[in-house]
Every structure is written in structure tokens, then in C-alpha cells.
Design a protein. Structure first.
Length: 342
């Protein structure tokens, strides 16, 4: 009787499929950024040039994922936007300290290599890198049978940027009487999706038959890199905050120095239809504000005299508007008024 031969593929891991996927990544990332001197995809590590125009460069690094937004993608079998989300979640954090994104790596873990999912995800990552003017230099795709249920996967991203020491956005730059501006979000971005999915389940909403939610729930996160770096290059920015998990209060508070308070007038916040829909599902204002961006994707802190200069760097859809001021006090954040959800 012949003995059964054990192979890696029989355990659920297909090396040939993984190699084929690496070749695909290499082919679509070859036009990724400017003068590419190193062939990084498929190597053991990546090599990148350091820009020569920085006198005293400092490295800034960020990592993030897109949370359970991947489950919405799975439900709708639509995977071409969450790669953009993945890049956005890291590069939007980098620019808060004034850094220019330089390179990006991804990590995808999945039950079984599935090109119908992985190829559009990678295409989205490449598109996000192009928008951010950074380079996809590598990553990892892990086939993990037994760890993930059939059809399940997760993604994570890692971004590295550079900033000249003189251009770092420090808390001490923020002064009393500075203005706080809101830049509109493109939608929910990539936070709060566990609550979204909980509502869908409890309300027994068939997502596939709801055109509004199908459109909104996979709308990609806005990447703010170009606009913010233009402001930094023109010395128009004292500080900024990426509005992610924790909402307006928790994220703005992170950049406010001791002795100052960010006073936000919630009456001035321009929310969006998707947040109005969420609010209708018996969610208290406090819960909305700490879970979602509520229509504010990014905040700027500027000198009042620079207000008119700043708006020219933005399209009409994402034009910043004033929602508050910096004053003296404790606790760093004060929310006044209420958002108009109607």
C-alpha cells in the first residue's frame, strides 16, 4: 500500500498561486512612481532613495487597516476601493506631522489565494499610492487556512514618509485665536463599520438591494496628501488632525498644546446624507461623534489671516470651512452646540 504524501498545497497553501500573484503586483506597480531605480517587488526587502532636497530629514512611520469595512466588500463582492482606503488611513496620518509619503507596504492575510479579491485590492493600493505620490515597494500575502474562515481576509498598510526638521508641525505652533477649519470627508471613510454592520444586521437590511448604501459604504477614504503638503510648503498651516476613530474630539485633542482649548461649534458642521441615515437608527449624538467623522474628514489649524489663501488649494467638494477657534483653558477640547442631522 502506498503511503500518502503530504504537501504544503494539501494543507491549504498554494505556493504557485502566491508566486503568480507576486508577478501580477510587480507588473502593475512598475509605473508607480517617477524615476524608479530599484526593482523591489519580489525581493527580501525594499530599497528606496532618500530625496536630496531635505537638509535635516526625519522619518515618520504609520500603520493602519480598514477594519470591518472588508466585510462590506465581501458582502458586495466589490474589492476595488478598499485598497485606496488602506493607503489613505496611513498617509493621512503621516501628513499630520508634515511628512511627505515616500513608500508604502501592504499585508494581506486570507484563507485561500483568490485572485478575484486580491487583484482589485492591489489595484486599489497602487491607485492610492499614485494619489499620494508614494511608491508601493513591497508587502506580504499570507495564505492562512484554519486561521481565517472560508472567504475571509484582512488587510493592513504601512507607510513611511520624510519631513525636514524645520517643517515638522509641532504643537507649539498652535496659538490662541487660531482658526479651526473642517475639510469635508468623502463619507464614513474607514471607521465605525462594526456599528454600521450591527445596524444592518439588526434592521435586517439587504445591502445588495439598497443602492444608496451600496454606494456609500464602499466609498473610498479621501486622501488629503496633495492639499496638505501644498499648505505646508507655503507656510500656511500651524497644525492639523486626521479625523479617524474617536471622532472630532479625540483626534483634535491630540495636537492641542497644554493651556489651550479647541472650541468647536457643532452647529457649523456640514454633515452628509450617510450620517443622517445612521443617526436615524437611534444613535445618540455623543455616540455618533465618538464613532464617526460625521462629515469632517480632516481639520486644519491656521492663522486667521491665512483663511482666504488656503481655500484656493481645494476643489469645491473638499473646500475647508471654519468650525471653531483656539482659546485659553484646560482639557484641550470643547464641543458647543449640536450637529443638524436633518
Amino acid at each position: 500500500m502506498k503511503k500518502k504524501k503530504f504537501t504544503y498545497e494539501k494543507s491549504g497553501v498554494n505556493i504557485n498561486a502566491a508566486d503568480s500573484f507576486v508577478k501580477f503586483i510587480s507588473s502593475i506597480s512598475s509605473n508607480n512612481k517617477g524615476q524608479k531605480k530599484f526593482n523591489n517587488i519580489g525581493g527580501f526587502g525594499s530599497i528606496s532613495n532618500i530625496p536630496r532636497n531635505l537638509r535635516n530629514p526625519k522619518i515618520v512611520a504609520c500603520t493602519d487597516g480598514v477594519g470591518t469595512k472588508v466585510e462590506i466588500a465581501n458582502t458586495l463582492k466589490k474589492y476595488d476601493t478598499i485598497g485606496i482606503d488602506l493607503v489613505a488611513m496611513s498617509v493621512n496620518d503621516l501628513i499630520v506631522q508634515g511628512a511627505r509619503p515616500l513608500l508604502f507596504l501592504d499585508y494581506i492575510s486570507i484563507n485561500k489565494i483568490d485572485f478575484t479579491k486580491l487583484k482589485p485590492i492591489i489595484k486599489g493600493i497602487v491607485k492610492g499610492c499614485k494619489i499620494s505620490n508614494c511608491e508601493l515597494v513591497g508587502g506580504e500575502t499570507a495564505e492562512m487556512p484554519g486561521t481565517y474562515e472560508k472567504g475571509k481576509f484582512d488587510i493592513a498598510g504601512f507607510a513611511v514618509g520624510l519631513v525636514d526638521q524645520k517643517k515638522i508641525l509641532k504643537k507649539k505652533n498652535i496659538k490662541k485665536n487660531d482658526l479651526i477649519l473642517a475639510i469635508p470627508s468623502s463619507g464614513i471613510h474607514s471607521n465605525g463599520y462594526s456599528l454600521v454592520r450591527y445596524i444592518l444586521k439588526k434592521k435586517k437590511i439587504n445591502l445588495k438591494n439598497n443602492s444608496f448604501l451600496k454606494s456609500e459604504l464602499l466609498r473610498p477614504t479621501k486622501i488629503y496628501v496633495t492639499e496638505i503638503l501644498n499648505l505646508i510648503d507655503n507656510n500656511l498651516l500651524n497644525g492639523c488632525a486626521n479625523i479617524t476613530g474617536g471622532g472630532l474630539a479625540d483626534n483634535i485633542k491630540r495636537v492641542i498644546p497644554e493651556g489651550l482649548v479647541a472650541e468647536i461649534d457643532l452647529n457649523k458642521v456640514k454633515t452628509k446624507k450617510i450620517f443622517k441615515w445612521l443617526k436615524q437608527n437611534n444613535i445618540e449624538d455623543k455616540e455618533m461623534l465618538k464613532t464617526f467623522n460625521c462629515g469632517v474628514g480632516f481639520c486644519l489649524i491656521i492663522k486667521p489671516k491665512n483663511l482666504n489663501k488656503i481655500t484656493k488649494y481645494f476643489t469645491k467638494q473638499f473646500k475647508p470651512y471654519v468650525i471653531g477657534t483656539i482659546s485659553s483653558g484646560k482639557n484641550k477640547i470643547k464641543l458647543n452646540g449640536k450637529i443638524n442631522w436633518s
